[in-house]
Design a protein around this ligand. Structure first.
Ligand SMILES: NC(=O)c1ccc[n+]([C@@H]2O[C@H](COP(=O)([O-])OP(=O)(O)OC[C@H]3O[C@@H](n4cnc5c(N)ncnc54)[C@H](O)[C@@H]3O)[C@@H](O)[C@H]2O)c1
Length: 274
């Protein structure tokens, strides 16, 4: 494979078994980044690794639950062990567990905060300690990159996504705070807030909502078919985004061309702002 734009850069991507995360790994490795890919689903990670290898790229896998208390430190240690550094961190793992506040259980609230706020916090803390060390040792010549994945729900709210939107909002504050803190390490911190991207979380259904498994928990996902049509009508581009397009938005913040952009929240929603 000829040298890509991210040659020699080491990236860690969470939630990479399918959907947007998988496409992020395919994109980064196609541009010669060395990627450590995480997901709950080890089989999907193995399939991803094989696809990357077939395309001539490098991807190692790190199955596991990002909400485990020591995940951040372990994932960083694994990156250093396999590739010797960490330059790009993508906090992507996530899922929806929807309801209005009046029907919300404590479990739901904590699950959404754990996966979208606490797990990224621990990964960011581990990465920050590494970035600080690298800066001290004079290895901060090329900008390090963090991209946090939020949602238009986190920016504008959504009645049926009370705790999800609260947790996705937290990522906005975290992004802006770290952008102010980590300039000293030559690290940029940005956030992509997705609108409607076609993945299993947003699959159209008629009748009973489909369920996905997150560990030992079953969660209803998807959008009612009529709601899908309504949503598409509201999107100025007239359609949902593809996971590849989602990955494209994240990739922009990994490029050296974006080295002077930090603390930004970019909405990737086909022009929708609501
Ligand atoms: N699809 C959309 O329209 C949309 C919109 C806004 C934001 N997002 C966000 O984009 C991100 C990716 O979502 P997607 O649509 O690709 O979903 P997806 O379900 O297709 O993929 C998410 C992946 O994350 C993994 N995951 C979930 N919990 C995990 C955990 N505890 N530890 C490790 N991995 C875990 C899942 O196994 C899955 O492979 C999520 O943070 C989601 O909230 C998606």
């Amino acid at each position: 494979m000829s040298k890509g734009k991210l040659d020699g850069r080491v990236a860690l991507v969470t939630g990479a078994g399918q959907g947007i995360g998988r496409e992020i790994v395919l994109k980064l490795t196609a541009e010669s980044a060395l990627v450590l890919a995480n997901d709950l689903d080890a089989d999907r990670l193995a399939a991803l690794q094989a696809d990357v290898a077939r395309a001539g790229g490098t991807c190692e896998v790190f199955p596991g639950d990002v909400t485990e208390k020591d995940f951040g430190d372990r994932a960083l240690a694994e990156c250093l062990r396999r590739f010797g550094d960490l330059h790009i961190l993508i906090n992507n793992a996530g899922y929806i567990w929807n309801s209005r506040i009046v029907n919300q259980s404590d479990d739901q609230w904590y699950a959404m905060l754990d996966i979208h706020a606490t797990a990224p916090f621990r990964l960011l803390r581990a990465a920050g300690r590494h970035f600080r060390q690298m800066a001290k040792e004079g290895h901060a010549t090329q900008a390090r990159k963090v991209v946090n994945i939020s949602s238009i729900s986190g920016l504008f709210g959504e009645a049926t996504q009370f705790s999800y939107s609260a947790a996705k909002s937290a990522l906005v504050g975290m992004t802006r705070s770290l952008a102010k803190d980590w300039g000293r390490y030559n690290a940029t911190v940005n956030c992509v807030a997705f609108g409607f991207i076609e993945t299993r979380l947003t699959q159209a259904f008629e009748g009973e909502a489909p369920q996905i498994e997150i560990g030992d928990r079953k969660v209803k996902v998807g959008l009612d078919a009529a709601q899908v049509e309504l949503m598409k009508g509201l999107i100025p581009l007239g359609r949902a985004g593809t996971p590849q397009e989602g990955a494209g938005a994240v990739y922009l913040f990994c490029l050296p061309e974006s080295d002077f952009i930090s603390g930004e929240i970019v909405v990737a929603a086909g022009g929708l702002r609501m």
